[in-house]
Design a protein around this ligand. Structure first.
Ligand SMILES: [Zn+2]
Ligand SMILES: [Zn+2]
Length: 278
């Protein structure tokens, strides 16, 4: 039997967990849906949060963002070219290939360690990484926002870091094995926010290549990363390939580090104070 529904919706601005200056266009629409059958009176409260409008300036790319992404990509390409040219000159391909694989694996491990650190320690006033600490908390509150960020907006911070790190290495070294490692590591670090955004994407809306890379395990899968987004957000921290997640979570490395920091410094990680998902 069809059950008629009555819906009463009240839009109101979100003020409790997302700063309105960051997301001025977000409205929370609370709908109270009530069935009208007398035999099974039932009441369901739905909370629907509208996605931010694409016009939100905090999610859009600026020319400064694009500049850093362009310079970051250029320095990585120069490093990769030095590795390839050195391979042709020396006919040695195994060493730079292994160095590149090491860079790819180390970038995944680094992404997990950094993600664990900013998720659990510090606040917005922490030197150098305060913005990332704040961003990680915002990301847990509204994970879909990363899919609305424009490309350069999402990548510019790590692109700037990549530029300032890889440019001196491009100028100082010509060893093709070194550049095999540097180019792979820097590429994964620079594009890490994009891999993370794809992990939040809807399969049907992702580029086919991204889906293939996720399904083959070369990039972190959507399922694996969704497990991170369950309170208390204390697992699956790696967001490049996710290859290290099983190792790190299985061996409880982060839990051991948290205990050491607590007993040595008296600092509690944020994951200890988060309620668990039901
Ligand atoms: Zn997190
Ligand atoms: Zn995420």
């Amino acid at each position: 039997m069809a059950v008629p529904l009555q819906a009463k919706c009240t839009p109101s601005p979100i003020t409790n967990n997302i700063p309105t200056n960051h997301h001025p266009s977000i409205l929370r629409v609370t709908c109270l849906i009530t069935t009208t059958t007398t035999s099974h009176p039932n009441s369901v409260k739905l909370v629907v949060v509208n996605p931010p409008l694409s016009s939100d300036p905090t999610l859009q790319s600026t020319w400064t963002h694009r500049f850093w992404v362009a310079t970051g990509c250029t320095t990585v390409l120069v490093s990769f070219a030095k590795s390839i040219i050195g391979g042709f000159a020396s006919h040695l391909w195994l060493e730079p290939a292994l160095a590149g694989f090491s860079g790819y694996m180390l970038a995944d491990l680094g992404s997990g360690v950094y993600h664990w650190a900013v998720d659990n320690y510090g606040d917005e006033s922490t030197p150098l990484v305060g913005t990332h600490v704040e961003d990680s908390q915002d990301h847990h509150k509204s994970p879909w926002t990363i899919t609305r960020r424009q490309f350069a907006n999402n990548l510019h911070f790590l692109a700037r870091t990549t530029t300032l790190t890889v440019l001196p290495l491009d100028l100082a070294f010509s060893d093709h094995v070194v550049h095999g490692f540097v180019s792979a590591f820097a590429f994964c670090v620079l594009f890490c926010p994009q891999f993370h955004a794809w992990a939040h994407g809807t399969k049907s809306k992702l580029p086919p290549l991204a889906v293939v890379l996720q399904d083959t395990g070369l990039l972190v899968s959507r399922t694996q990363h969704m497990n991170h987004h369950r309170k208390p957000y204390n697992n699956n921290y790696c967001v490049v390939s996710g290859a290290w997640n099983k190792v790190l979570d299985g061996s409880k490395v982060f839990e051991a580090l948290e205990m050491v920091l607590y007993f040595k410094l008296g600092v509690r990680p944020r994951s200890w104070t988060e309620p668990h998902s039901e």
